[in-house]
Design a protein around this ligand. Structure first.
Ligand code: NAP
Length: 213
């Protein structure tokens, strides 16, 4: 599968490494431009390229966004039309500035991204796992039940299925917490599953749901 990765920091670069290892073709972009990604591309090997943000988004069947949430409005919306977008962004007011609608729980950061990218199918995912754990804890030799959970939420069942498959290919278990609004809200900073090392069944015991794949 072709995967565009927007944001090549702690999460984006490590996700890129895992996706390449799982056999996918990757296009990576950051805010400073492709020439600043030479070292990462050399490390990722021949199945990875550095593109502009627009071209990386157009390249991907799935586009993985991992940037500071406060920058989301800089993303060129048209380039994401028809794409399945994984939203790993979290809202931290210290870093992103204050958004009253988030501080008042009137909406969620993923719904705001979805509003900005109306042609995309947004799947919130990878939000609760620290990048050092993303780097090291995936293990394809484990059964799904034994693996660490990575959570997804969204309103499109087919999109969630595809992202769940990607999560399983890199050695984790995908756990569906529901739709973008309520399911997404369970994955935000300071919730019960945030930055917790849980298997799928441990996670579902906390969430009280049957949402595993
Ligand atoms: N760190 C974690 O363990 C963790 C875990 C789960 C979720 N998250 C969330 O994931 C997101 C990324 O976190 P991170 O720790 O990977 O951040 P990071 O290490 O600071 O990397 C951010 C990346 O985003 C790029 N970027 C910044 N503004 C951009 C823009 N307007 N357009 C395109 N790319 C842009 C940066 O590129 P330049 O350097 O060129 O500006 C950089 O490659 C955040 O929302 C964070 O809250 C983080």
């Amino acid at each position: 599968m072709r995967i565009g990765i927007i944001g090549a920091g702690n999460i984006g670069a490590n996700a890129a490494k895992l996706f390449v290892k799982a056999g996918h073709e990757i296009a990576v972009a950051n805010s400073r431009g492709a020439e600043t990604l030479k070292d990462l591309i050399a490390e990722l090997g021949e199945n990875a390229q550095a593109f502009s943000i627009e071209d990386a988004a157009k390249f991907g069947e799935i586009v993985f966004i991992s940037i500071p949430f406060g920058r989301y409005k800089t993303l060129p919306a048209d380039a994401f039309d028809g794409k399945i977008v994984v939203d790993s962004n979290n809202y931290y007011s210290d870093r992103d500035g204050n958004y009253a609608e988030l501080d008042d729980n009137k909406t969620t950061s993923s719904e705001m991204l979805a509003e900005h990218l109306p042609g995309a199918k947004i799947v919130k995912g990878f939000n609760t796992i620290w990048f050092e754990h993303l780097k090291t804890q995936g293990d394809v030799s484990l059964t799904t039940d034994e693996r660490r959970a990575i959570f997804i939420a969204g309103d499109d069942a087919e999109a969630k299925k595809l992202v769940a498959r990607l999560i399983e290919e890199i050695g984790f278990a995908a756990v569906d917490t529901g739709d973008l609004r309520d399911g997404g809200a369970t994955q935000q900073p300071d919730t019960a599953i945030y930055n917790q090392n849980l298997t799928g069944s441990e996670a579902q015991a906390i969430l009280g749901s049957e949402g595993g794949y």
